[in-house]
Design a protein around this ligand. Structure first.
Ligand code: ADP
Ligand code: NA
Length: 327
């Protein structure tokens, strides 16, 4: 039997990197796998980075992340959608995994190196993050994990942890594989400085007011070789070109590519065309999000139900794990 798991941090308004990189696959796989697909707002992960979360807004952001996922078409009655801290088995399995994971393996994770560099005193939870992520996935014996490319190293470590556990305690877990959206492996941020990421403040939120998005796009850098309006540009070296590939239909792509290469259109025209298609894509999502926000009981009930469904699977797997470990 095949099962899907993925987690997303409670950042409130997910950005278009989260959306195209991972969340669209939640919907696609959710339709295919139904209740054999689990999606989790990972609030335990969020608190590993004390600079990036606020206890006064964590619950609200968790709620908003659920709203965003339901608004893009993930149906909580057809999949299992829940909040990580509502299922305490995640922490129990995580602890067991930290006991089979060498510190050196955790220290060589590039996300850990990047994130820990900003602290004078590094919280040990930040180091343990990948062991918790392995627990999230293996707690459901999931074999299919839709994520962005930045999670490759963590999935590889999850596979190693599964092997190590099986070796020490007997065959229990299968090794999961990552599923990527090939057209959106690593969406660049609006600052043109690499990956779009909440921590870098270079995001376009899927629930962000369209006027605010336009203000960001208006000043976003384009192909640096295109200094004057009459200079031809290379849309493959331009993040506006990258965004067009996500939002615009083939005919617009054709116009934009041709126009950029021949200096037939300027960067502002190109950004306006992007804004038209981006707006058309995000408007219905934002409308559904507004409806969901006006019915908070629906969202809370869905999360409660999701936690129950997740726990039914988690408690069975934990019984097996406890017995194998000798508890
Ligand atoms: P963030 O990276 O913004 O802190 P998460 O860690 O919660 O958010 O990531 C949620 C999902 O979105 C993960 O599967 C991650 O790989 C994916 N993702 C994040 N940023 C990008 C990006 N710029 N391009 C593609 N996928 C991304
Ligand atoms: Na991430």
């Amino acid at each position: 039997m095949s099962r899907v798991f993925s987690g997303i941090q409670p950042t409130g308004d997910p950005h278009i990197g989260n959306y195209f990189g991972a969340m669209q696959n939640y919907v696609r796989l959710g339709e295919q796998y139904g209740k054999q697909s689990l999606y989790c707002v990972v609030d335990l992960h969020a608190i590993t980075n004390p600079g990036a979360f606020d206890p006064r807004t964590l619950a609200e952001k968790t709620f908003d992340m659920a709203v965003a996922n339901f608004a893009i078409g993930l149906d909580p009655s057809r999949v299992i959608f829940f909040v990580q801290s509502h299922v305490p088995e995640h922490q129990e399995l995580s602890w067991i995994f930290t006991c089979v994971t060498p510190v050196g393996e955790l220290e060589r994770m590039t996300q850990y190196k990047d994130k820990s560099a900003q602290f004078e005193s590094v919280p040990s939870g930040l180091l343990m993050y990948p062991a918790l992520m392995a627990a999230d996935i293996l707690l459901y014996k999931a074999d299919t994990v839709p994520v962005g490319e930045d999670q490759t190293q963590h999935i590889e470590l999850t596979r190693e942890i599964a092997r190590k556990f099986n070796h020490n305690f007997g065959e229990t877990f299968t090794e999961p594989r990552a599923v990527y959206n090939q057209g959106a492996l690593r969406i660049p941020g609006v600052d043109g400085q690499g990956k779009m990421s909440k921590s870098k403040g270079n995001t376009i939120g899927i629930l962000e007011p369209l006027d605010d998005i336009w203000q960001k796009l208006r000043v976003a850098p384009t192909d640096p070789a295109r200094v004057r309006r009459t200079d031809p540009g290379d849309p493959d070296k331009c993040l506006i070109g990258d965004y067009h590939k996500l939002f615009s239909p083939p005919e617009t792509l054709e116009t934009v590519y041709q126009g950029c290469r021949t200096a037939g259109i300027g960067c502002v025209d190109c950004k306006k065309m992007l804004m038209t298609h981006l707006g058309a894509h995000l408007e219905p999502i934002q409308a559904r999000a507004a409806e969901l926000r006006s019915d908070p009981d629906f969202v809370r009930d869905a999360l409660r139900q999701g936690a129950q469904e997740a726990r039914a699977i988690a408690s069975e797997v934990m019984n097996e794990v406890r017995e194998k470990v000798g508890f």
